[in-house]
Design a protein around this ligand. Sequence first.
Ligand SMILES: [Cu+2]
Length: 332
Amino acid sequence: MAVVRRNVLTSPDSATYVAGVLDLASRPTTTTPARLNSGSIVERVPEARIFGTSTELNRPLSWWDLLTWWHVAAMHWPTPGGGNRAHGGPVFAPWHRLYLRRLEEAIQSVTGKADFGLPYWDWAEDGELAAADQLTAQIWERVGPPRGQITTGPFGELRVRLVTNPSDNAIYVVPPQPIHRAAGLDSLAPTLPTRDDQRRTIANAMYDRIDWNRSTDSFRNKLEGWRDARNPPRPGVWMHNRVHVFVGGSMGPASSPNDPVFFLNHCNTDRQWEGWLTKHGRTYLPAPTQGPPGHCAEDPLLSIVWPSMRPSQVLDPGSPPLDWYRYDRLPA
Ligand SMILES: [Cu+2]
């Protein structure tokens, strides 16, 4: 039975989201960074290697840390054209759909709430507010303060161990530390995307196109946010990317899933894709072998311990055989 994903400001599942995240972050796996370093993914993707002291390398990771490393591994696996196994190409939408669904299932499992649906952050709504008001919007009551170390609010207890070091872009295992944010402080993204950005993005009927990269004029590239949805495109960061940069801090680098806001942002991005699929038809490009490896319709989505799927299999989440979820409201 498909669950319903609702706006985080009003969803009855928002409290379960907090409880689920905190549970996963305090629940140890049997996997250590040292074990991941000697596994097949790091053999194939050396940039996903985790650095740290031998004490830290040999302490088991939490489930929350392991989810973060899944994203790190996908992001550090380059594909031709400048993208990777989860970004910078058509696989962006289906890879994150699988990633979010595996988190949704994990939260259902640890909280015992089989009807839990991930909440989304309708950031285009907040993007209509004046810049100063975006920093006092209701979202911050749900996720904690927009700036500084997050030691208060619903996620004040959250501690993470896998962090990207900005100086060498590598991933390190560290003693447990809180996440941090710097909302609105990056001049690249002083404000959130707007409803107009969202409308223009979803209006683009072409899912993606050759060269399947960060410069194509396509729905996926505008949704991910490498290209402005206006014509001619203005330079800058837009839509999904802009939300990462706007929130800043832990939301910036490859370890960005450390911040629970990551999943609220991506749930909204998935909702926008679902709006597009409803409007333009449940199709995906590129066809097998017609695009970069890892991005084609029948290429397995990179996964670690969770079962993988192919892009062609995740195009209709609300109906059998998936029957995963639907959204209470789709953007037009
Ligand atoms: Cu993202």
